[in-house]
Design a protein around this ligand. Sequence first.
Ligand SMILES: *Cc1c(COP(=O)(O)O)cnc(C)c1O
Length: 459
Amino acid sequence: MMNGPVEPFKIKMVEHVGMPDEKRRKEAIKEAGYNTFLLKSEDVFIDLLTDSGTSAMSDYQWSGMLLGDEAYAGARNFYNLEKAIQDILGYKYIVPTHQGRGAEHLMYSHLVKPGQIVPRNMYFTTSKLHVELPGGKMVDMIIDEAHDPENEHPFKGNVDLKKLQKYIDDYGLDKIAFVSVEQDVNMAGGQPVSMENLRKLREFCNDYKLKIIYDATRSSENAYFIREREKGYENTPIIEILREMMGYSDGCIYSAKKDCLVNIGGFLATNDKDIFEATRNMVVVYEGLHTYGGMAGRDMEAVARGLREGTKYEYLKYRIHQVRYLGDMLREVNVPIVKPIGGHAVFLDAVKFLPHLEREQWPAQTLAAAIYEDSAVRSMERGAISKGRDKETGENLFPALELVRLTIPRRVYTNSHMEYTAESIIRLYEKRNTIPGLKMIYEPEYLRFFQARFEKLSL
Ligand SMILES: *Cc1c(COP(=O)(O)O)cnc(C)c1O
């Protein structure tokens, strides 16, 4: 008897997906240099590479796209977007960008001076880079529990204020550009931050007059976890939770490609007039006019509608539970995954899955390639290849978490797709000691995980 979550929608249009045979799967992954980013989408059956820009839009969003006002300046859809952000997140000022990294670029290049540090609960790839480009450095301040895949702490995304205090003591207050907090921390396994933690961080930062800028990309999914797990929020509407969360910050950057249920878009939002004016000045240099920032009018309409839809409780409940459904199937048979199961993805613990491999044989990269070879399911490495090298020493960094991410696109796959995926991973787990590691043979300078190439070693 199926006990998966029930989808709160019905399907109006379908897209055919092909299933490459074993011979083609082996060729395809080899041609891709054993990097799932380099596979052609055509060779993929179930695409769990990312939840970024892969959502299925609703009929309401699609109909909004026909109402795109493609005026160069002052398009009506910009004002709809501005209103949606003000209503749901509560910020006064917004600057639209083509996607999240556009917002990171504007925000971080304004706030970071050479030699400064940016403490953040945990780094994200593009965020780390956009702090480094203006000469800064991102340092982690997440609670220790987050580094232990077995630890069931309900809010593993929380900031450890003792660590933040230590950065202030060690570096001096003027070396801290701002404090960055990501919600539903991606690299920790989609782990939420509690309201209590956000509130305490605000009080702490007030004492030092430090600015707090969120990476609010997955704030709606984080809000769901607050409602599910934090005392006092059991019956609070998601929008109220979001507005309280955002109220403890000075602004945020936001990739709309996740919780806003669209294929492209982003923005930054703030209550700080100086940040707003500086970033609005720069948006015209890098993105586009301040009333479109790299998005078409129709894209802004889809973001505005998606932001509202993505905060509906029934939708979020289905969303979080579909991810949990996949995770629970693996957990039941002791496949090593990060616990508790996160908001947007199930993360496999590749070091435990493939204990016979050295870290330099890239266990997570290896496992992602092996899953593709077995079932044409595409996942992604989130470990040492993603983390990159130390900026000063040039050495490879080996983060405690060496993970494979099975990221579930929103409203795209059915629960039987989840079952197919679980079966493949369980099958591989049973023959895990027959899986050889990889050797990196090409390494690009920036964000190497996107384009690095590998060769299969022999066992
Ligand atoms: C995706 C993402 C970004 C970058 O956004 P893009 O839209 O991909 O440029 C930044 N932060 C987090 C947490 C993300 O998940």
